[in-house]
Design a binder for this molecule. Sequence first.
Ligand code: TXA
Ligand code: MG
Length: 323
Amino acid sequence: MPILRADACAIQLAAAALSEGRLAVLPTETVYGLAADATSGEAVARIFEAKQRPSFNPLISHVADLEMAERFAVFEPLARRLAQAFWPGPLTLVLPRRAGGVHDLVTAGLETVAVRSPNNAATRAVIAAVGAPLAMPSANVSGKLSPTSAEAAAESLGERLGSEALILDDGPCPVGVESTILAVTEGRLRLLRPGGLTVEAIEEVAGVKVESAATGKIEAPGQLASHYAPGAGIRLNADRAEGGEAWLGFGPEGGPRQDGPLRRNLSPSGDAAEAAANLFADIRALDQALGGEGRIAVAAIPEQGLGLAIRDRLARAAAPRES
Ligand code: TXA
Ligand code: MG
């Protein structure tokens, strides 16, 4: 499948394909996404097929701006304030849905809809050209690592998308973990998935605490225990690699950024933003070096700021797998 540099011509081609109900892989600041016109049931169904995704999982609708979002989501004042402060950016808001705006498959029959405006110029231009919101989950087979480069997306989905589907290449994703998902209801905020925007930043603008989501009920597949799973196992909070393990460090004690095929450090300076941007690519590289077997020992990551999202993804990558 063609990987095209995300220039004006490629943007037009992607917009044309999406307008005809086909899929395209698009860059965002968080991870690469597999996009379809969110108003077309047939197009959205192709996403579930390509990802082998359980169809009860609703998708995020990506918009060019707040105005497009208000066509299908109801913004209370707090939601509008957050969108104005953080869009375009890695914040997904779960809001009451307006009838008729996006196809039922996108919301999986829920009364709410998840919406965000991604911070990538090429993808924003594609959305504007299509003139409709795009449903866009991460561009990987369900349950596997999210792609943070065009090559990783091609590797994960290439065969399943067919030879015609376009991938727009805009280099590595600067944030590297998926958006923070926040439910907004009557002035209250609930964290459904930690992600690329920190809870601290949200609370500063909102002036209210972000509550953690009620446990027990799965509201986002990111909340499934095993997700983001590489072939190799993951051992958390490790001090060092033991007997054949690969090593993924963090901070000054963790070694150099790269030290041979089996040793990496997410951020030698201990910068959580750098670590988040490197997370999926590093796990992918170590997993490949291990041949998808054995184990990756991962250093402890502090819980503040983006560390929360990194720890969340690592815990799910480490969880026992169903198959
Ligand atoms: O950064 C991101 O959010 C990336 C890029 C491509 O934008 N997208 C992404 O999408 O991570 P996906 O499909 O992998 O994750 C979407 C999450 C799922 O966990 C889904 O359950 C949740 O959003 N979600 C969607 N609609 C929802 C709703 N109405 N209520 C609760 N959760 C919802
Ligand atoms: Mg995903």
